[in-house]
Design a protein around this ligand. Structure first.
Ligand code: NAD
Length: 489
């Protein structure tokens, strides 16, 4: 950018030891709906991570010795402050990520607020175990203590939502943290840092270093004084993190990609199933790890389903994310848009049919958004199970619809991918929904609904979708070290 241009740019700073600190170099961050650089993000490396870990280590003794109630009150205060600025956060998230303002207002930011409130409450209610051995005159009990400095690495699709889903349990348990948000979506994390002092979070408890995965992320993963890493992102990056952290035997929580099936039996209530499956395919431009991307429809209703599904998908309006009537915003980057489009091209080359969206329907954009990274919700039929479109995570507004005949067959086909994060099952036969749910290789199964979450319960994937679970008890266990103590009386 030119000098005149750069004056108008938003410039972020790292947040270390309770202070904003500038960085020696910066990366450009784009507004996905216009294609313009609008923000500069610190390009942190080893030095910045070192300073942040040092600050987090220094803050640990005081923070970890506070009572759960004291920490809970601070988390609640932070939740209130974010909620107070909800609209500003939502506007920023929409601009930075490309998601619609409606989605940011109703999902991202309310959930970030709720993450703090939820862990502020759940931290007060944990109990530890105790067993007795009367014949030996012994009792045993467990005690849990925070681990130390937690490294938190988050992706770009639900920026503040997923980052706070890690920060909240980590600090509620008494750890201090160094967080590294995605270099593509750093703004709301930086805004949150401005509220920490007012909420009563002591300096050094939450440190945020901005920058790329290769530099800042890896420096955090390799730092010897960071004994645990909570990571949400792609399976490929998780493999690299696992390798890099192995020499230190770090504790890892890995929330990764998905290739989530929806299984629709011929007795499903289509009036519920169709709008929900359109939503599960295209919400947040399909950029949610839980989005449906393989739809298996029982043959008897296949044609009817396709017709209604495509009609419903076409109702979704793609447009300027800041327009409250837009249902689909911009994809995160030019490169990502290209990648998603290429999947559609590959499917076509393999003989699949594109029923709506990319390359089929015209995409009309307002003048200011012509260079944005937009794409219409796209439905593809007649795709082979072996096709890359049915095997790989596309992470965009693309979904594939195929027919099946029997329950046995569809379970096998649904399980026939490397991922195992989320699945949905649609049927009015109660026996069948339980049976199928039990046999799906998936960390989460929703029947006759999608994305209904109770944060108390475990969240996470099997197979290449992750290791570990997050939730009230699961996050508590991950972010604390347990000790078994035996007393002879
Ligand atoms: P990504 O793996 O490219 O990046 C995620 C984060 O890791 C970013 O902050 C990035 O800078 C950092 N990173 C990259 N390389 C690194 C390295 N070598 N060392 C340390 N950190 C590194 O993922 P993304 O493209 O930002 O996000 C999309 C992916 O996230 C999709 O696969 C999606 O399914 C997944 N996801 C999973 C969940 C879940 O809960 N299971 C939720 C949301 C997103």
């Amino acid at each position: 950018p030119t000098m005149a241009h750069s004056k108008a740019l938003l410039v972020l700073e790292n947040f270390i030891g309770g202070k904003f600190v500038p960085c020696s170099s910066y990366i450009d961050s784009y507004n996905p709906s216009t294609g313009d650089v609008y923000c500069r993000v610190p390009d942190s490396g080893r030095e910045e991570v070192e300073a942040a870990v040092k600050a987090a280590k220094a803050a640990f003794p005081i923070w970890s010795s506070k009572s759960p109630l004291e920490r809970s009150q601070i988390l609640n205060k932070l939740a209130d402050l974010i909620e107070h600025d909800l609209e500003a956060f939502a506007q920023a998230e929409s601009k930075d990520q490309g998601k619609t303002i409606m989605f940011a207002r109703t999902v991202d930011i309310p959930r970030a607020v709720h993450n703090f409130r939820f862990f502020a409450s759940s931290i007060l209610h944990h109990v530890t175990e105790c067993t007795e051995m009367p014949a030996l005159g012994c009792m045993h009990y467990t005690s849990r203590a925070p681990v130390g400095v937690a490294g938190l690495i988050s992706p770009w699709n639900l920026p503040l939502y997923l980052l706070t889903w890690k920060i909240a349990p980590a600090i509620a348990c008494g750890n201090t943290v160094v967080a590294k948000p995605s270099e593509m979506t750093s703004v709301t994390a930086w805004m949150m840092c401005k509220l920490l002092d007012k909420a009563g979070v002591p300096p050094g408890v939450v440190n945020v270093v901005f920058g790329t995965g290769a530099k800042a992320g890896e420096a955090l993963v390799c730092h010897p004084d960071v004994p645990l890493i909570s990571f949400t992102g792609s399976t490929l990056t998780a493999q690299r993190i696992t390798e890099k952290s192995a020499p230190h035997c770090k504790r890892l929580s890995l929330e990764l990609g998905g290739k989530n099936p929806a299984i629709i039996f011929d007795d499903a209530d289509l009036s519920q199933c169709i709008p929900t499956t359109v939503r599960s395919s295209f919400a947040n431009q399909g950029e949610i790890c839980l989005c449906t991307s393989r739809i298996f429809v029982q043959r008897g209703i296949y044609n009817e389903f396709l017709k209604k599904f495509v009609a419903e998908a076409k109702k979704w309006k793609t447009g300027n994310p800041s327009d409250p009537t837009s249902d689909v915003g911009a994809l995160i980057s030019k490169e990502h848009l290209e990648k998603v489009r290429n999947y559609v091209k590959k499917a076509q080359a393999e003989g699949a049919r594109v029923l709506c969206g990319e390359g089929v329907d015209p995409l009309a954009l307002p003048p200011g958004n012509q260079k944005g990274y937009f794409m219409l919700p796209t439905v593809i039929a007649e795709v082979k199970d072996e096709s890359c479109c049915m095997q790989e995570e596309i992470f965009g507004p693309v979904t594939c619809v195929v027919a099946f005949d029997t329950e046995e067959e569809v379970i096998e086909r649904a399980n026939g991918v490397k991922y195992g994060l989320a699945a949905t099952v649609w049927s009015s036969n109660v026996g069948r929904v339980h049976r199928v749910a039990h046999r799906l290789q998936s960390g989460l199964v929703w029947t006759n609904c999608w994305l209904v979450r109770d944060l108390n319960l475990p969240f996470g994937g099997m197979k290449a979708s992750g290791i570990g679970r997050e939730g009230a008890k699961d996050s508590y266990e991950f972010f604390t070290e347990v000790k078994t103590i035996t007393i002879k009386h």
